[in-house]
Design a protein around this ligand. Sequence first.
Ligand code: ATP
Ligand code: FE
Ligand code: MG
Length: 349
Amino acid sequence: MRVLGIETSCDETGVAIYDTSLTGGQGLLADALYSQIAMHTDYGGVVPELASRDHTRKLLPLIEQVLDDAGLQRHDLDGIAYTAGPGLVGALMVGASTAHGMARGLGIPVLGVHHMEGHLLAPMLEDDAPDFPFVALLVSGGHTQLVNVQGLGHYQLLGESVDDAAGEAFDKAAKMLGLAYPGGPHVAALAEQGDPERFRFPRPMTDRPGLDFSFSGLKTHTLTAIRQLEAAGELNEQARADVARAFEEAVVDTLVIKCRRALDQTGLKRLVVAGGVSANHRLRERLAQACEKRRAKAYYPRGRFCTDNGAMIAYVGAQRLAAGEQDASGIMQATPRWPLADLAAPAAP
Ligand code: ATP
Ligand code: FE
Ligand code: MG
C-alpha cells in the first residue's frame, strides 16, 4: 500500500510517500520538507496565521515534488494520511482539507493521525529500528513525555511536564540570551564554549519519586542569572556561554535522571528518544552512558526526522490504513489538543 503523508501541524510543511510492501526505511519512497523558520524568526516565534497561509502556498507543490521523486502519479496512491493534531488549528486544517479533497477525488481512504505518534515511531524508519516494547522519551517544542510503548497504539503515559516542554524551555532561554528562534540548536552551540563548573542550575522534580517534569523554574533561574551578570557588568560572550552550558546541563541531566527511572521502573531495555530536542548531542551522549550501564539501547530518528517531517506521518498513516483504519466519509479531523494515551491500536479487520 502506497500512502501519501502530510504534516502541517506547526511551522514545517512535510510531505512523504511510504510503501508498506517494503520494510523500515526501505518503504520511504520520497520525502520533502519546507521549513517556515526563516519567516517566523523575525517575530521570535511561530505566528499561527502566517503559518496557515504558508502551508497553503507550499503544500500542493511539495505533493507534486514527492510524486515526481518517487516516479509515481496521483492514481498510484492507495491512501492518504495527514496530521490531525495536536497543533495549530488553522495549520492543521490546511493539511486535513487537502488530504480529504485529494482522497475524495482519487476515491482512496484517508486518515488523520496523531503528530506525537509520528514522532514516537520515527525511529522505525531507520535500518536499526527498535522492536516493541520500549520506553519512549518524547521531547519536542510542545511536549515532554515518557511513554511505555507496548505496540502500535498501546501507549501508557508514565510522566510528562506539568508546565513548559523541554524544547520550549530551550527556545525561551535562547530568547533571553539574544539567540534566534528556534533556540535549541543555538543554545547547544553556545553551550559548547561554556564552562560547566561556573554555574549550577537546579534539576527540577528530581528530588522526589515520579516521572513528571517541570521546566518553567529553570527559565526564571536563567533570567535571574543573566540579570545578575548584567547588573555586575559581566555579561560578556563567555558569561553567556557559561549560562547556556548551565542551562543545557540542567535540562539534559533532568531528562537523563527520569529516563533512568523509567527504564528501571518498567524493566525495559529499549529507549526511543524522539522530537526536536532528541537532536541534542549532549543529551545523546549522556543517555548512551545511562543505557550502557543498564545494558539497554537507545534509538533515535535520523537528524532531519527528529523535528517535524512528513515521513513520520506517512509511516504511521500507512501502518494504520493498511490495518483498515480510515476517517468516516467526509469527516475531516483537526484536533488542537489530543492526549496520546487516547489512541488505540487499529481494530482487527
Ligand atoms: P510538538 O511536536 O510538541 O508539537 P514541535 O513540532 O514544535 O512541537 P519539534 O519540531 O519536534 O517540535 O521540535 C522543535 C523543538 O526542538 C524546538 O523547541 C527546538 O528548539 C528544539 N531543538 C531542536 N534542535 C535542538 C537541539 N540540538 N538541542 C535542543 N533543542 C533542540
Ligand atoms: Fe513536532
Ligand atoms: Mg517545528
